[in-house]
Design a protein around this ligand. Structure first.
Ligand code: SAH
Length: 400
């Protein structure tokens, strides 16, 4: 990292003034923020004790790193476009839990308000531009979802219109009106999703305005993010997470570092000034392409990014006896797999930093590594998702 701020201390929180009443009128039907009715300080205690319970007998858990201001932190906002079944007017919101009914949402407490305003404008423009709204039951119509991704540091804003066709008659004029009303938008992309699926994005992206991607900054480095690429949704807290992970790695400049499940290369590139060689491995081809661009963007010359299943790649590293000093791994919610972990035990990096968005799979994988000869040194929960039950965690392992 280029900006070396001290690691943040856990934040002390006052209980919410509204006690246990929910400050969100949509909470019951939306289901996104299952803990918004609980004062934030209490939420942090709940997450702390959940992680302690899961890691009991494995290692000590340091105090959770919470947010000083736990509101409006989501930089990736997704709205389903639907029709109000009473007024027949277009609405934007979320699916009511377990249904295809759209609950209109305005002024979400965790989302970036800039995204909310843009989505509201798009909904208002729908009748004038005669955009046909997609119907989940009949699978007919054009516009399905709107996604807005905002750069926390750069203020760049990417709007993704998810539609069923690659042809958008009048699209140019529509985008012109939209960007006229919101000059803060830096790019608009048409994403084509024709499948009857619960996945939001299809595989094809057509830039309608601007470069078709956005950029943001983390830990003093600049990152390109394509519509399909993973990027942490809470950018403010991502810096806390990455600093913690890189601090745990205790790098000296002499190491070969593997950033496994690297997404657009963010963690590894933030650490690249402190290692000899960085290798990133990631399954998503768009993310790998972004990672390579990101290395160039930041004049990082000691990095290689590989598009492959992390498990397969690790097997190869073990078989070919390639040197590996430090492993930082950040797998999806399902955790890592045995193939990957077995090969880690063969390669035997001296340090492993496991960044996890699911403490349950972390606890499972941690026990595997401990059985394989690693010492679980410490873990620290990081609250990346205030008001939800989700909890991120960073854990350090060393060869014992
Ligand atoms: N470290 C990154 C991304 C973490 S999210 C960041 O902080 O932004 C997890 C990433 O793992 C996603 O980018 C996903 O595409 C990738 N992934 C999922 N399964 C994988 C696999 N089997 N092999 C490699 N990468 C995988």
């Amino acid at each position: 990292m280029t900006d070396r701020k001290p690691r943040p201390r856990p934040v002390q929180h006052k209980p919410a003034e509204n006690g246990s009443k929910t400050p969100c009128p949509y909470a019951a039907r939306c289901g996104g923020c299952s803990r918004v009715h609980i004062p934030y300080g209490e939420q942090l205690k709940m997450k702390q004790s959940a992680v302690e319970k899961l890691l009991a007998g494995v290692c000590k858990v340091e105090p959770i790193l919470g947010m000083a201001d736990p509101w409006h932190y989501r930089s990736k906002v997704h709205a389903v476009i639907g029709t109000d079944f009473r007024t027949k007017q277009p609405i934007a919101g979320v699916y009511q839990r377990g249904t295809h009914r759209v609950v209109p949402v305005q002024g979400c407490l965790i989302e970036d308000p800039r995204a909310d305003r843009i989505i509201r404008t798009i909904v208002e423009m729908i009748p004038k531009w005669k955009l046909r709204i997609y119907n989940e039951n009949t699978h007919r119509g054009f516009l399905r979802h709107v996604m807005v991704r905002t750069g926390q540091k750069t203020d760049q804003i990417m709007v993704i219109l998810v539609a069923t066709a690659s042809e958008f008659p009048g699209g140019k004029a529509f985008v012109q009106e939209l960007t006229g009303k919101h000059p803060e938008i830096t790019t608009v992309v048409l994403n084509v999703n024709q499948k009857e699926t619960s996945m939001v994005l299809g595989t094809r992206d057509i830039p309608l305005f601007g470069p078709g991607y956005m950029e943001d900054e983390l830990c003093g480095k600049r990152f390109r993010i394509s519509p399909q690429s993973f990027y942490q949704v809470n950018a403010r807290q991502t810096e806390v997470l990455y600093r913690t992970a890189i601090d745990f790695a205790n790098l000296t400049g002499a190491e070969t570092l593997l950033d496994a499940y690297c997404g657009t290369g963010t963690i590894g590139l933030c650490a690249s000034d402190r290692v000899k060689q960085l290798i990133g491995v990631e399954l998503n081809a768009d993310a790998v392409r972004d990672a390579k661009v990101n290395a160039r963007l930041n004049q990082v010359a000691n990095a290689d990014f590989i598009c492959e299943d992390a498990g397969r790649f690790m097997v190869k590293m073990a078989r070919e006896n390639l040197p590996l000093d430090v492993l930082i791994m950040d797998p999806p919610r399902s955790g890592s797999d045995e193939r990957f972990l077995r090969s880690v035990l063969t390669c035997r990096p001296k340090t492993i930093v496991y960044v996890s968005c699911n403490p349950e799979t972390l606890a499972r994988d941690a026990r595997f590594l401990v059985k394989g000869g690693y010492k679980a040194v410490k873990a620290v929960p990081v609250d990346m998702f205030p008001h939800t039950e989700h909890c991120e965690c960073v854990m350090l392992f060393q060869l014992s």
